[in-house]
Design a protein around this ligand. Sequence first.
Ligand code: GAP
Length: 446
Amino acid sequence: MTETVSPVDLTTLTSLCKRRGFLFQSSEIYGGLASTWDYGPLGVELKNNVKRAWWQHFVWGRDDMIGLDAAILMHPGVWRASGHADHFSDPLVECLQCRMRWREDQLEQPACPNCGGELSEPRHFNQMLTTNLGPVQDDASLTFLRPETAQGIFVNFNNVLTAMRRRPPFGIAQIGKAFRNEITTGNFIFRTREFEMMEIEFFVRPGEDQEWHQEWVRECVDWYSALGLREDRLRLRPHDPDELSHYSKATTDVEYRFPWGWGEIQGIANRTDYDLRAHSQHSGETLAYFDDDTREHVAPYVIEPSAGVDRAVMAFLVDAYGEEEAVSAKGKAEKRVVLRLHPALAPVKVAVLPLSRNERLAPTARRVHDLLRRSRAIDGPVQYDDAQSIGRRYRRQDEIGAPLCVTVDFDTLDDHAVTIRDRDTMAQDRVPIERLVEELRGRLAQ
Ligand code: GAP
């Protein structure tokens, strides 16, 4: 058996995602909406698993973290204070020949990538998407769709401090949608105008910020590695001073080697006290904690690990994809496509497969399926598949990344045992049904 380890190309991945129900183009029956994607039945499970693994690790797994879920719509004053109204822009250039628009800072040469034509002078293009609240569309009703979830955390700083009786160092985590009117989108779900973020604002004492920044960079890379991303496809990239965001003193990106090259999946920024001070000035409410040592109110510094959910999903899919030469039950050479997703991320945890559609097997196979489906120990969807040959069904489960299959055969009727088949090793073991849940739980937890 030989395995292909080169990254899967985008066309193959997009096609698998559509065919097997991970991702569909948004509004497809109307011709689609550019760079907008819907998560299908398996995609939503995978995406929820990514978010859950993140929350479990960074919120429940630590005693210095708590969660929040703020509204997407916020007072427009928030965005003036945060600097987004003025500074959240990209340099837009237009080709004077073919009229295509580009982000100047993403171009490799000062010419149009489409036709080689001359480009216009850059102008600042604000990425904030706007909407109007209420029945009248005027400046007073104008508001923004948040471009980051972070501000919902900053404006709630005093509320959380009081309600949860916290003092730095502690962090607030939030997962939610964000919107950006990107000039150029693309590479599947990598750059879209609507996406989801997993953000932490970690509040520390001024002076302790650099140490915490390094600590969070390590924590974040470890999380991706623990969930299976290959270390040679992960790297850290500190920002040059001229590319730092308006609020950042230092930022390090975690990058993944996608099929087209290295791309950011997460940024870890040192936002200093920029945001809390800005909101204190603009709102009139002091956002600070009382420092017992200095007996003063202090605005903490903020370390911000900020990850894209969709980019994480994409990195996990790319990384998990493998093609192997395998030998079929009939001895023929065939290709096996396998998604080696970590069991915690796999959209289907177990598939129950009766050896054939023979009516003697169905009642027992259905009973096993019910047992697993209702068991909280499996903690995820359990599929039942009895269509086509057992070999074809194993391949189908491999292609969606189901870590384990349970096969019910004619011996099961006598010995009350089933076969567990492992996705990665393809090893098969016989296990009594009475020990099945415990056995599966153990294997899925590895
Ligand atoms: N609050 C900090 C912040 O917003 P960012 O680097 O602009 O920082 C954080 O965004 C993460 O959000 C990125 O690392 C990326 O994973 C994701 N992200 C940003 N823009 C995106 C887009 N247009 N489409 C998909 N994900 C995006």
